[in-house]
Design a protein around this ligand. Structure first.
Ligand SMILES: CCc1ccsc1-c1ccc(O)c(O)c1
Ligand SMILES: [Mn+2]
Ligand SMILES: [Mn+2]
Ligand SMILES: [Mn+2]
Length: 265
């Protein structure tokens, strides 16, 4: 849907709040903490400090069972939808924390990679290339561009690095609804699919595997892992299409800066 000025104002607030949850949780992501503790900390912050609502809690797309926690914690070979629990983070683990909050009916959806202690060179490189993939995709956003331009630039950057792009999950339109049109694929051909228009809001959230692109669903009905058990990384921003280009909405004091290649507007 093309957002009104009121929608955009609401989405700026929701995006900032979602980003501030990631700022808040950053110092807690250390060896010895459990993913369940990170979930509890984020949930309490949303409820008691932000007066926001965790969108994942009891979220239930058709065919799923209700998601039981407030955030997603995806460690190492988990691609996405990792459920917080008793898993104790240890030195060398890489973990994506994915936050979606609802404020005044609007959704803010963002995720970052966190490195517990010292990551391996391989893990850090995968995280960095994935961050570049997200930003290369974002940098393509302007009225008249095509969704295929976003997917193509992400896919070529990942595959040039020897990595693969997960196909089964994609970015999505977002607003008063968590997931709406359009689907934002992280692979594709330039000049194809829907043309972008000012007022569109969607996420760019590439999942990149160090090994092959194949996925495996775990028995808990949610967790997705790489079939070959290679590492997987993901970064996510919620982005508004503006008259002149784009505006990242999921920004706050602690948001990492874009890579150097992103022209500072
Ligand atoms: C728990 C959230 C959830 C459940 C089924 S898909 C999904 C999810 C998780 C992270 C996301 O960024 C997203 O857009 C959807
Ligand atoms: Mn992972
Ligand atoms: Mn997300
Ligand atoms: Mn999302």
């Amino acid at each position: 849907s093309i957002k009104t000025a009121e929608d955009i104002a609401g989405m700026r607030i929701a995006g900032k709040l979602a980003s501030e949850v990631l700022d808040y949780i950053t110092p807690f992501v250390k060896a010895g903490v459990t993913t369940g503790e990170l979930d509890r900390l984020c949930h309490e912050f949303m409820t008691n400090v932000q007066d926001s609502i965790p969108a994942p809690l009891n979220y239930c797309p058709p065919g799923y069972t209700p998601y039981p926690k407030a955030i997603c914690t995806s460690v190492n070979d988990v691609i996405c939808h990792g459920i917080p629990g008793d898993k104790v983070l240890k030195n060398g683990d890489v973990v994506n924390l994915d936050i979606t909050i609802i404020k005044h009916g609007y959704h803010g959806d963002t995720s970052r990679m966190f490195y517990v202690g010292e990551p391996s060179i391989m893990a850090k490189r995968l995280g960095d290339i994935t961050y570049e993939c997200m930003w290369l995709g974002i940098a393509k956003i302007k009225p008249g561009a095509h969704l295929g331009d976003i997917g193509h630039v992400i896919q070529q950057h990942a595959e040039k690095a020897g990595y693969s792009v997960v196909r089964e999950f994609c970015g999505h339109g977002i607003g008063k609804v968590f997931h709406e049109e359009p689907q934002v694929l992280h692979y594709g051909r330039p000049g194809t699919l829907e043309r972008l228009e000012a007022g569109m809001i969607f996420t760019v959230e590439p999942m990149i595997n160090a090994g092959r692109r194949d996925i495996r669903e775990m028995g808990d009905g949610w967790t997705i892992k790489t079939k070959d058990r290679s590492l997987s990384a993901q970064w996510e921003h919620t982005v508004l299409v503006t008259e002149t280009g784009y505006e990242v909405l999921t920004v706050s004091a602690g948001t990492p800066p874009p890579p150097a290649f992103v022209q500072q507007a």
